[in-house]
Design a protein around this ligand. Structure first.
Ligand code: ADP
Ligand code: MG
Length: 236
């Protein structure tokens, strides 16, 4: 049945995720263990080993931190929040970091009463993930534009447009798979988590990208109030 199919799909995603987690965390642990053994032999620079071990442990912390977002209880606190205010807050937060890298963020917000029913921190996390990805795609600097529109009476569209490196077609379908990253220090979790949060909010997203031109991410979020029936099954 449809339900069984969904269930087995969920299980395979869980299995995939578990394998990914095991792999991602075993690597830094193996490395720390190796350096501890080296230190026991008294060989080499202790200071240097300590530094590497600390950065390996930092990496584990970052990965676990992101995974904990996924593990959050299904029933989160949904409240009316002004999407424009949330965007402005995140832009202010990341703007200074952008300036340091010659990145400017322009905004086009012209929506009356842009209220969405959401868990504020989760939605902010989504905005941060997308803007950070755009910033990381523009090492030479450039512009990120963010648009907020109402496309239907009860639907907002938030668009993130960058002038970054873009995504080659052959890896487009891998974006959002757990731990898929093209970055040396990436976790490959941001996209997947963002998509999940958006879907938990009854929304959807699209990704379009062209190598050397840039990337466009569209997020659609409903403005409707929470449906209690959905809440109790944790299935929003
Ligand atoms: P991470 O940022 O840790 O690599 P994400 O899940 O956020 O993990 O992104 C996965 C991959 O998607 C990135 O490594 C990058 O290759 C690609 N990507 C995401 N957003 C963009 C973007 N705006 N421009 C170019 N590539 C992107
Ligand atoms: Mg990212």
């Amino acid at each position: 049945s449809q339900e069984m199919l969904q269930q087995s799909e969920k299980l395979s995603v869980a299995g995939q995720l578990a394998a990914g987690i095991a792999h991602e965390i075993r690597n830094p642990i193996t490395s720390v263990k190796g350096f501890l053994q080296l230190m026991q032999t008294g060989y080499g620079e202790k200071e240097e080993y300590m530094e590497i071990m600390t950065s390996e442990i930092d990496r584990i912390e970052i990965i676990l931190g992101e995974l904990l977002i996924l593990a959050k209880p299904q029933i989160t606190k949904y409240e009316q929040a002004n999407a424009q205010k949330l965007l402005e807050h995140v832009v202010a937060l990341l703007g200074t970091q952008g300036n340091l890298h010659n990145i400017s963020i322009s905004t086009d917000f012209e929506v009356e009463h842009p209220y969405i029913d959401c868990d504020e921190n989760q939605i902010k996390q989504v905005f941060i993930n997308f803007i950070k990805n755009s910033m990381e795609a523009m090492p030479q600097g450039g512009e990120i534009s963010i648009e907020l529109q109402r496309i239907e009476e009860r639907m907002l569209r938030i668009c993130f447009i960058d002038q970054g490196c873009g995504i080659p077609e052959e890896i487009l379908e891998k974006i959002g798979q757990p731990f898929f990253t093209t970055k040396e220090n990436g976790t490959g979790l941001g996209f997947m988590i963002s998509k999940k949060i958006i879907e938990d909010h009854g929304g959807s997203m699209t990704l379009k990208s062209k190598v050397d031109e840039g990337t466009v991410i569209e997020v659609f979020l409903p403005t409707e109030p929470v449906n209690e029936a959905h809440l109790t099954t944790g299935k929003r």
